[in-house]
Design a protein around this ligand. Structure first.
Ligand code: 5GP
Ligand code: MG
Length: 178
């Protein structure tokens, strides 16, 4: 598979779409067997839009719901450290079993901010599912319940993930070529 160019940088295929499908299937299976009743999945936009769409089609838990929040933490290829809530949630979260759907967890700053948003909401339980996880970059103690694939500290794009807003439509996941 060919390298691609986005803005000023070249990327090579890292996780082909066939492997992404297997990772998503496996992750959904883990969630399905965790016996979480009437879960409210909350996908973190924009990055998780394809992952959320694909994983939800594999969820077999009765009365599953999905909603979306939007946050921002990246400018270019480096995390800015601060995270701002852009679009909040409208539904009542009281007594709900929440499962966060993230595209990628890097430092954990975003996850920490999301958890803050759920404090004082009287939720029943909180779990996190992420397609990709960078264990070497992770700085928090918050447990991550469902992990698709752990990856090194490479910058990746495609399948929802962007480089300055482009590349989200790519079916494969690419990494920055050195
Ligand atoms: P964290 O707050 O954990 O440092 O970063 C989480 C967010 O940063 C992710 O939701 C994602 O939007 C962005 N991010 C982290 N690593 C990468 C990466 O390798 N590629 C892209 N495109 N975004 C990333
Ligand atoms: Mg994101």
């Amino acid at each position: 598979m060919e390298d691609i160019k986005l803005h000023d940088k070249t990327f090579e295929v890292y996780i082909p779409e066939t492997e992404i499908a297997e990772i998503v299937q496996h992750l959904a299976k883990q969630i399905n067997i965790a016996s979480i009743s009437r879960p409210l999945f909350i996908a973190v936009l924009n990055g998780s839009f394809l992952f959320a769409a694909d994983v939800m089609r594999k969820i077999t838990i009765p009365n599953s719901e999905i909603s979306f929040i939007k946050l921002a933490s990246y400018q270019g290829t480096k995390s800015t450290g601060s995270v701002n809530e852009l679009i909040g949630l409208s539904q009542d979260l009281e007594n709900r079993n929440i499962i966060i759907l993230e595209d990628i967890i890097d430092t954990g700053n975003t996850l920490e901010k999301i958890i803050e948003l759920f404090q004082n909401k009287k939720i029943a339980s909180f779990k996190t599912a992420t397609l990709l996880y960078k264990p070497k970059a992770y700085k928090k103690d918050i447990p991550i319940d469902f992990i698709g694939k752990s990856i090194p500290n490479d910058f990746v794009v495609g399948y929802g993930l962007d480089y300055d807003e482009i590349g989200r439509n790519l079916p494969h996941i690419y990494k920055l070529k050195n």
